[in-house]
Ligand binder design. Structure first.
Ligand SMILES: [Zn+2]
Length: 211
């Protein structure tokens, strides 16, 4: 894997380890973690802490029903890597979202294509294909947006994002990402549902954006 310069912010990794991220964001985090040794190691540390907390919980006076519910939820989370392997530029979690099939690209104009993987009340996540030098289209950029580069690159006012790099943006960031020259840019992009201000994401990211 080429060098990754833009990683998962700590509050988001903590939320992911705790299982409190909504699916669209959890998928992007899982895809980044599968590409990034550094974030995989950080996640492992958080999960170890989470496991200790669970053990502590079970030793305390938590009702058996609550404890069973917690463990049932953990068991219900299938590890995508046990089902799907990385295929081409698509990490295993993305292959799981694609159910093992190649993307079904739909044109959204100007050579840009997308494949919506999930769209729900909690947000959406899609694959985007942007020809070299083209602008990344506005895809409902309200709330939080998380973009992971899977092939090629893009640049905006924040910086340059290559394969494995993750950009977190909210509506206060005026940015115009442009795909780099060379291979077409393929991204995995998740957005928070518009007007969903009660979501955990804006709250956990607030301290970051206030800096
Ligand atoms: Zn990382």
């Amino acid at each position: 894997m080429s060098q990754i310069n833009h990683h998962i912010a700590e509050p988001m990794l903590v939320a992911y380890a705790a299982g409190s991220l909504e699916y669209p964001f959890a998928l992007v985090v899982a895809a980044h973690v599968s590409l990034c040794d550094e974030c995989r190691a950080r996640l492992g540390a958080h999960e170890a802490v989470g496991g200790t907390l669970l053990e502590t919980l079970s030793a305390e006076s938590v009702s058996a029903t609550t404890r069973d519910a917690v463990f049932a939820r953990l068991d219900a989370d299938p590890d995508p890597e046990t089902v799907y392997q990385r295929a081409g530029v698509f990490p295993a979690p993305v292959m799981a979202a694609l159910k093992g099939r190649p993307p079904r690209w739909k044109s959204v104009g100007k050579g840009v294509r997308q494949n919506i993987l999930h769209m729900g009340a909690e947000g959406s996540v899609r694959l985007l294909y942007i020809p070299p030098g083209r602008a990344v289209p506005d895809h409902g950029h309200r709330g939080i947006e998380l973009t992971l580069v899977l092939q090629g690159s893009f640049s905006d006012e924040v910086g340059h994002f290559g394969v494995g790099d993750l950009e977190i943006a909210d509506e206060t960031l005026e940015h115009t990402p442009i795909a780099g020259n060379g291979a077409p840019c393929i991204c995995l992009a998740a957005t928070d549902a518009p007007l969903r201000f009660t979501s955990v994401i804006p709250r956990i990211l607030q301290p970051i954006f206030r800096i």
